[in-house]
Ligand binder design. Structure first.
Ligand SMILES: *[C@@H]1O[C@H](CO)[C@@H](O)[C@H](O)[C@H]1NC(C)=O
Ligand SMILES: *[C@@H]1O[C@H](CO)[C@@H](O)[C@H](O)[C@H]1NC(C)=O
Ligand SMILES: [Zn+2]
Length: 496
């Protein structure tokens, strides 16, 4: 435990956390899924000022709190850094789970990201209180115990500590501290699905991209301030005009922007409503100021509000199938500290209930005929053209609302399969898929040598093919083309 309080210790832990993913034998097996529906609602947390007060914590205080918590709750928390800001501040992530150091095979990893805009720090403080709430309620609150026993929750309280350091408490509007130390808006700094993003990748963004390429997150929330709304993908649209400086252009766009909907729009709306409805007032949809928009039920499509290029939520969804939404939780970007307790009371139930949504939908494994997991099998729910891939344990998850679905499963070297399943409200659907080796290699017939084609290397940051609405065909070897090629060969196998 002494190790944990040194930088070298943090690095060792980081290696352990990433490294353990490679050892199937060290992973825990799936316990029976207990459903949140049967549980009493989570109880309100009584803040304990001795551990964490309702004040803003600077980077040193934040670091001290996280280290003290990881020392105090070694069975429930693990602290690691995903990298450093330009000015050398660690981007700390605290895992909260009953298995903090090891991925629980079959159980989802989820995340919250706070403070991507340095001058919007309410989320940063809410996430510290969420950590404190979890560790102090685990033994007494059934709902929290269920959540932590079945989920690994990764919390990055600040993605932009340098911006925070130059922000001013009490400043409700404006841009000071919004950007990183080189003046980049980190929520415009991700690769974009619809538009070429020429912004140079920043260390904070690169750290997050690397992080989400290593851990398959099922669900995510990014916390902001300056409005009160849950906003869902897409943030960008194929036909946006991005306003650079003209206030008139921005105002025009606010009133004219069209929604840019994903094929998972029903799920994104649902997730946004879960946050808004469990919030003390978000779902009332009251405008922050008379000149700002009011959002029906407290939710909006991102592009319908205003389109942007290079946002984090579109990247999470399109590149990794992670359902991320943007949570605007305070009308004032940097409200005075005495209001923080009120913000916690407004958000605490939302923050918890939102994460539990990772346990809705379908989950399972993809195996080869010998029962070994197939990594990077591509899965697509029919009618939802944004696919996702299995982990190295062959696991997959997809949040879906009750209904009847078909999934297309494809992996290089195996015959593609289509499987049908039903989703119910009460519990996730468990679905294991076994793929048979593909027989389309020339000269290999029945009774011939049964060898497999080597797994094709899929680029780690695979780019999807053409946007669903774009007319131009794409030559990218992304997940869309992989799946459709696989199915084409399935059909040509069946129909000659
Ligand atoms: C952590 O778990 C171990 C093994 O179950 C137990 O012996 C130990 O007391 C626990 N520590 C704390 C601080 O709860
Ligand atoms: C699916 O496979 C996992 C991992 O081997 C196993 O624990 C689980 O029982 C299987 N589920 C079903 C429904 O077959
Ligand atoms: Zn923001």
């Amino acid at each position: 435990m002494i190790l944990r309080n040194t930088i070298a210790g943090q690095l060792v832990l980081l290696l352990l956390i990433y490294g353990r993913h490679t050892l199937l034998s060290s992973a825990k097996t799936v316990a029976n899924e207990q459903m949140s529906l049967a549980l009493p609602e989570p109880r309100a947390y009584l803040p304990d000022a001795q551990n964490l007060d309702f004040v803003y914590h600077d980077h040193e205080e934040l670091t001290r709190f996280l280290r003290a918590t990881s020392a105090r709750y070694p069975n429930l928390t693990a602290l690691y850094s995903i990298g450093k800001s330009i000015q050398g501040r660690d981007l700390w992530v605290m895992v909260v789970s009953s298995s903090p150091y090891e991925h629980m095979v079959g159980k989802p990893d989820v995340k919250y990201v706070g403070n991507i805009h340095g001058n919007e720090p309410v989320g940063r403080e809410m996430l510290l209180h969420l950590i404190q709430y979890f560790v102090s309620s685990y033994n007494t609150d059934q709902y929290v115990k269920w959540l932590l026993d079945n989920t690994r929750i990764h919390i990055l309280p600040t993605m932009n500590p340098d911006g925070y350091a130059v922000s001013k408490e009490g400043t409700c509007d404006g841009g000071q501290g919004r950007y990183n130390a080189r003046g980049f808006d980190l929520n415009r700094n991700f690769p974009d699905y619809f538009k070429q993003n020429n912004k140079r990748g920043q260390p904070e963004t690169d750290a997050v991209k690397d992080w989400i390429s290593k851990i398959q997150f099922v669900l995510s929330g990014s916390l902001h301030g300056g409005a009160l709304v849950a906003s869902y993908p897409y943030d960008n649209t194929p036909n946006s005009r991005i306003c650079r400086s003209s206030a008139l252009c921005a105002m025009f766009q606010t009133y004219s922007a069209a929604p840019s909907l994903t094929p998972d729009d029903d799920v994104f709306k649902h997730l946004s409503l879960v946050y808004a409805r469990n919030h003390a007032k978000m779902s009332r949809g009251v405008a922050c100021k008379s000149a700002t928009p009011a959002f029906e039920n407290g939710i909006t499509n991102g592009a319908a509000w205003y389109p942007l290029t290079g946002g984090m939520q579109d990247f999470n969804y399109v590149w990794y199938g992670c359902m991320e939404i943007t949570l605007e939780i305070s009308c004032c970007k940097f409200p005075p500290a005495y209001e923080l307790k009120k913000y916690w009371e407004d958000n605490q139930l939302s923050l918890i209930k939102f994460l539990a949504e990772a346990h809705r939908g379908v989950q399972g494994f993809v195996f080869d005929p010998a029962g070994m997991p197939i990594e990077r099998a591509s899965i697509k729910i029919k009618g939802r053209d944004v696919g996702f891939q299995t982990t190295k344990y062959g696991e997959f998850w997809r949040i879906l609302l009750p209904g009847y679905y078909k999934a297309e499963v494809f992996a290089e070297g195996y015959a593609p399969r289509e499987v049908e399943f039903v989703i119910v409200e009460q519990h996730p659907t468990l679905l294991n898929v076994t793929l048979q080796a593909s027989k389309r290699i020339e000269g290999v017939g029945a009774g011939g040598p049964s060898y497999y084609r080597p797994m094709q290397q899929v680029p780690q940051h695979y780019r999807p093919g053409a946007p669903p609405y774009a007319a131009a065909a794409s030559t990218d070897n992304g997940i869309f083309s992989t799946i459709s090629n696989g199915l084409n060969s399935l059909y040509s196998n069946i129909f000659g």
